[in-house]
Design a protein around this ligand. Structure first.
Ligand code: UDP
Ligand code: MG
Length: 232
């Protein structure tokens, strides 16, 4: 029987060889003082660089803590997250990206916020470090989403989030892109969703896997989630 964990970190990885070593160091720095039972589930989404070898190295260093799920071929961030969330054993599950744009140092604060009784707590990249076009489109999207849905959080697509285990089962991740609407999906299902202001950094290694042109698909996806009331 696998041991119960307090926390699971779920991290999708597609060709992030430059950031993985510093990310590993930052995670250990953030998690060790918490003195908790935790695991890190890395989901390698068909990487073709040296990411898989680095993940195996981390697993070899801390086999009690690290699990690596290898997907092949690349299936996209939504599928990678689904696999990671399904495998996670923690009472609280935290997701973050592998490219160092999210800061693991925010994890203790997000966990403190969860203790206030939230089903999900999201990061708010108040000082967002993406291109002005990407940051601007996201800001407009967030304003529209708050206006049309009554959601109160400011940054619906920040991937640094924590979930109570019971709410993980309510997250629909069936089609690519759906991970951007997890807070909306949970909120439409009556879950309590909160936020903390989180630190956001420029990408220093590798490159984004998305272009701003995805905006048209994101708008259609938003209405698809609303139509399904966040359930499919
Ligand atoms: N990612 C993935 N599969 C993909 C695309 C992205 O696992 O097909 C991972 C990627 O390695 C990163 C996270 O998802 O850890 C977010 O990707 P990215 O930083 O490119 O997105 P952005 O921050 O530009 O929205
Ligand atoms: Mg990124």
């Amino acid at each position: 029987m696998p041991k119960e964990k307090d926390y699971s970190l779920v991290i999708p990885v597609y060709n992030e060889e430059g950031s993985l070593e510093p990310l590993w160091g930052e995670i250990l720095q953030a998690m060790t003082p918490l003195c908790c039972a935790y695991e890190i589930v890395f989901v390698n989404d068909g990487s073709t660089d040296s990411s898989p070898a680095l993940l195996k190295k981390f697993e070899g260093q801390l086999p009690e803590v690290v699990r690596v799920i290898d997907l092949f071929p690349r299936g996209g961030q939504t599928r990678a997250l689904r696999q990671g969330l399904d495998a996670a054993q923690g009472s609280v599950v935290i997701t973050l990206d592998a490219d160092l744009q999210n800061d693991p140092a925010d994890i203790p604060q997000i966990l403190e916020k969860m203790k206030e009784g939230y089903d999900c707590v999201c990061g708010w990249r108040k000082n967002r470090q993406d291109t002005p076009l990407k940051a601007g489109l996201s800001k407009v999207g967030n304003i529209l989403q708050r206006w049309l849905t009554g959601m109160t959080i400011h940054d619906v697509s920040c991937t640094l989030r924590a979930y109570r285990k019971e709410s993980v089962g309510k997250i629909p991740l069936r089609w690519e892109g759906q991970h951007r609407f997890i807070p909306l999906s949970l909120s439409l299902q009556g879950c309590k969703v909160g936020e903390i202001v989180s630190h956001h950094r420029k990408r220093s290694f590798g490159h984004t896997k998305y272009s701003h042109k995805r905006i048209f698909k994101v708008i259609l996806d938003f209405f698809r989630v609303l139509r399904a009331r966040g359930r499919r």
